[in-house]
Design a protein around this ligand. Structure first.
Ligand SMILES: C[S@@+](CC[C@H](N)C(=O)[O-])C[C@H]1O[C@@H](n2cnc3c(N)ncnc32)[C@H](O)[C@@H]1O
Length: 235
């Protein structure tokens, strides 16, 4: 029997925010993952573990090959798929990735031991809420792929640890399209996420210290570039 992990569902698999046939085209016609990335993608699918969808993975490869960041921080490792993809796309980068779920930590450790050929990845175990304040490095790229309601909570620390001109990529910001609806139409159990995402948009999309762009890949990416030493966020 194939083990499934209690990682929640992956909304972008069920509720694409662009036309279904375009999602299919992006997933089927763009170059497929190869080698260990293919192995991990298949494992994640079989075990119901959410990882970045193919169109996002293709974009990441393009972005990281282009900008070659030296220091990367990831929040939300899962089995290590996106960390290994980034390591492969920016071979001189050092990647710190944070994960709190013991089952995911065990799987990520195995995968990094087997596939992190150049020793680029450091797995930090624990909750990003506690760990972010303890970081003493500066990163060129931060990938946030954890609980959606927490992005706005993590953002001040993330920006403190981001170099001037550095990038933040935040995954799953469209809530399967719900984020565009009025609050009254959102199920009560989803409202904390909805509110967190709207606070994130309010803080970033028109902030003079940031250049921001929303991209409808997967369940939506928010891209930020830090353009001022001090980025002022609303309380
Ligand atoms: C969508 S998965 C990450 C997928 C991975 N980035 C990939 O694409 O291969 C989200 C992960 O974030 C972890 N996570 C959620 N909130 C966290 C937190 N506050 N601190 C650390 N990890 C967290 C979850 O346990 C889960 O494994």
């Amino acid at each position: 029997m194939v083990k499934t992990y209690n990682q929640g569902s992956n909304p972008n698999m069920r509720r694409p925010v662009v036309k279904e046939e375009i999602v299919t085209l992006m997933r089927e016609q763009q170059a497929q993952n190869k080698g260990h990335l293919k192995v991990l993608e298949t494992f994640a699918k079989e075990h119901n573990i959410p990882i970045i969808p193919h169109e996002t993975a293709v974009y990441f490869r393009w972005l990281l090959e282009s900008i070659q960041p030296k220091k990367i921080l990831e929040i939300g490792t899962a089995i290590g798929f996106s960390a290994l993809l980034m390591a492969d796309s920016a071979k001189a980068s050092q990647i710190t990735t944070i994960e709190r779920n013991p089952e995911m930590i065990a799987l990520a450790k195995e995968n990094f031991a087997q596939y992190d050929e150049r020793g680029q990845i450091t797995l930090v175990e624990g909750d990003a809420v506690d760990l972010l304040t303890r970081l003493d490095e500066t990163y060129d790229l931060v990938f946030m792929d954890s609980a959606k309601s927490k992005y706005i909570v993590f953002l001040p620390e993330v920006l403190k640890h981001l170099s001037l001109g550095g990038l933040v990529v935040i995954d799953d910001v469209f809530q399967g399209g719900d984020v565009a609806l009025p609050l009254e139409e959102i199920k009560r159990g989803q409202r904390a996420i909805y509110r967190g995402l709207h606070r994130l948009f309010d803080a970033t999309l028109d902030n003079p210290g940031l250049t921001a762009s929303l991209l409808p890949l997967g369940d939506g990416l928010l891209l930020l570039r830090k353009t001022a030493d001090e980025v002022v966020l609303p309380d």
